[in-house]
Design a protein around this ligand. Structure first.
Ligand code: AHR
Length: 604
């Protein structure tokens, strides 16, 4: 084979490859967020998951203790607390098999407590203990440290008082977290080792599903509400908890400040995704409430101020109070995720974009293309984005490995004058070695088109092996171990070796199969390698035409009819391959469509 390189290929941005963090698969609480106590503020509800209640994660081992939601609460956003009557003891089992603690390591304990007439608080962590006197009947934060006496992954926290008391926000955090910023070290290190150029967060479906109302008394404290960043900042005991779209509760201990901090710690650009008052992920609702729209627009502007504003600004001051007076350098935001109501979504997107650009003209505002990688909504949204001159469009797809092989050229024909592409979510389905190879091959196509594909992130990033709602995932973990998938190695390879510039090249010589007119039955070696064809005709052995297309209109009309009869797929331009052939040949197809089923005529 002769490879002929040429000069002047597109520049590849350093931030081309990044990660997408969503709190799916217990990625935050029980995952990246290092907090060991599950349900630390007793806020779990059946509304989060029908198997949950205020004492989920806890076992009362002696005495009387029950969760209570009344006027004695810690604050309006942390409504339920634990009421101990007389005296009681409880244990918390954390996530998975229990707390993973290491001998000799320090664990920082804290609790908010009050006692009717004074009480003694006793805390234990598998042999390590501490005691505190609760001296007042006003909510007060009590802190202490525990040094683990043994290494275990089945640890338990015990806590109790000898007299009547109220407890809330029971916390145990390892001292040893990533850069001391409260994130589980092994997971953060695995993400950092990828050297991501950006971190997209906090979702995904998590962002814009559920109620669009916020955590206000007037809204009757809706629990399954969209992700609203103001719920997630400030002292943790004042952060609201929320049902998580993926079927559990989210404490927001890992909130917007922590996301920005983490992105900074790993040298990545932050990329928040904000809800646009239209639900996605199968919940097709648009909220038509001008006041609410105004609030969402203001929240978005406030977020930019929180990230970048001076400490003298309202939200810059909140950031500074949380420990980061310096701006975080936010340069891009995405509006919405996989909305399936293109007209409603896009009308709102334009409002968000205009409001943002009016105040922050240099900020990149990313739109999206709906839930699918092709089809009416996709085409409609792309057309709208082009017409409106959007900066960048987010695309998502999860497909078979062979789809990734067949579609390597997807972006070759994208309009260079149109919006740039952000491939915000993709993965080849299944979790085998061939998936990683298919993704690697596909990424060469992304990189070849680095002038139009500006960013790409595999999804999802993290998964608890015992609590996964979605597979495959990039990094797996249990309570004390973590490991990367083979796709992790693919991502790492690309992210750690981002080139400066594409070197366009052509090949000639041996091994390249030229498209040939072929008439004949599918046989094991009819096509050694996939090739491009102009016309495809499939006839049954009785001579009846099952399918034919000259692709002159650029579409693969009716091919699904044939697909239903076997494991076949076709793309525009008549790229014909087997769905199952990971090796890019037709050989595997013959195992799904038997050679006697069809005659196929292909014309180059
Ligand atoms: O990555 C998992 C989910 O896939 C995301 O939440 C959503 O955007 C997509 O459908």
């Amino acid at each position: 084979i002769t490879l002929t390189p040429s000069a002047n290929g597109a520049a590849i941005d350093d931030s081309m490859y990044g990660v997408f963090f969503e709190d799916i698969n217990y990625a935050a609480d029980g995952g990246l967020y290092a907090e060991l106590v599950r349900n630390r503020s007793f806020e779990f509800r059946p509304a989060d998951n029908s198997s949950f209640n205020g004492l989920t994660g806890w076992t009362v081992t002696a005495g009387t203790a029950a969760t209570t939601d009344d006027d004695a609460r810690l604050n309006d956003r942390n409504r339920t607390y634990l009421r101990i009557t007389g005296g009681a003891s409880l244990t918390n089992g954390g996530y998975g098999t229990g707390y993973a603690v290491q001998k000799g390591q320090i664990y920082d304990f804290s609790v908010w407590a009050r006692a009717d007439a004074g009480a003694k608080l006793t805390v234990g962590l598998d042999g390590a203990t501490l005691t505190k006197s609760i001296t007042t009947d006003a909510w007060t934060k009590y802190t202490g440290t525990l040094r683990a006496t043994a290494t275990t992954n089945t640890g338990r926290l015990t806590i109790g008082t000898d007299k009547s008391s109220r407890l809330d926000m029971v916390s145990l955090l390892p001292r040893n977290t990533y850069r001391g910023h409260g994130l589980r070290k092994d997971l953060a290190e695995k993400i950092a080792a990828l050297k991501p150029g950006f971190v997209r967060f906090p979702g995904g479906c998590l962002v814009n599903t559920g109620s669009m109302y916020s955590y206000d008394a007037a809204d009757n404290y809706p629990r399954a509400r969209s992700y609203q960043w103001k719920d997630t900042v400030g002292p943790v005991e004042t952060r609201a908890t929320n049902a998580n779209f993926w079927g559990y509760n989210q404490s927001y201990g890992l909130g917007y400040y922590e996301y920005f901090q983490f992105a900074e710690d790993i040298g990545a650009k932050p990329l928040p995704v904000l809800p646009a008052l239209v639900t996605g992920c199968g919940q097709n609702r648009a909220t038509n409430d001008p006041e609410l729209l105004q609030k969402y627009l203001q929240d978005t502007l406030d977020l930019i101020e929180f990230a970048n504003g001076p400490v003298s600004s309202t939200w810059g001051k909140v950031r500074a109070q949380m420990g980061h007076p310096k701006p975080f350098g936010l340069s891009q935001v995405a509006i919405g995720n996989e909305e399936n109501l293109p007209d409603e979504y896009f009308a709102n997107f334009l409002r968000f974009r205009d409001a943002i650009k009016a105040k922050y003209p240099n900020l990149t505002v990313i739109s999206n293309s709906g839930p699918d990688d092709a089809g009416a909504t996709f085409d409609n949204l792309w057309a709208k984005n082009k017409a409106a001159g959007s900066d960048m469009v987010d695309e998502h797809y999860y497909n078979s490995p062979s789809w990734f092989l067949q579609n390597n050229g997807r972006y070759d024909s994208y309009d260079r004058r149109g919006p740039k592409v952000f491939l915000g979510e993709y993965a080849s389905l299944d979790a085998k070695f061939q998936n990683s190879l298919a993704e690697a091959a596909y990424m060469t196509g992304l990189e070849r088109n680095a002038d139009v594909v500006k960013m790409a992130s595999y999804a999802p990033l993290l998964a608890d092996i015992d609590n996964a709602q979605w597979r495959p995932d990039l990094i797996w973990f249990d309570n004390d171990e973590s490991w990367g998938s083979t796709s992790y190695q693919t991502q790492k390879l690309f992210m750690n070796n981002v080139g400066d510039r594409v070197v366009p090249s052509t090949t000639s010589g041996g091994g390249v199969v030229r498209p040939q007119p072929i008439t004949g039955r599918v046989g094991l070696s009819t096509w050694a390698t996939a090739a491009k064809y102009d016309d495809v005709k499939v006839t049954g052995t009785d001579g009846a035409v099952l399918y034919s297309d000259d692709f002159d209109d650029g579409n693969a009309d009716g091919w699904s009819t044939l697909s239903n009869r076997g494991n076949w797929s076709v793309r525009d331009g008549a790229y014909v391959q087997s769905d199952t052939a990971a090796n890019n040949t037709m050989i595997a197809a013959a195992t799904n469509i038997t050679a006697t089923d069809y005659d196929i005529t292909l014309k180059a």
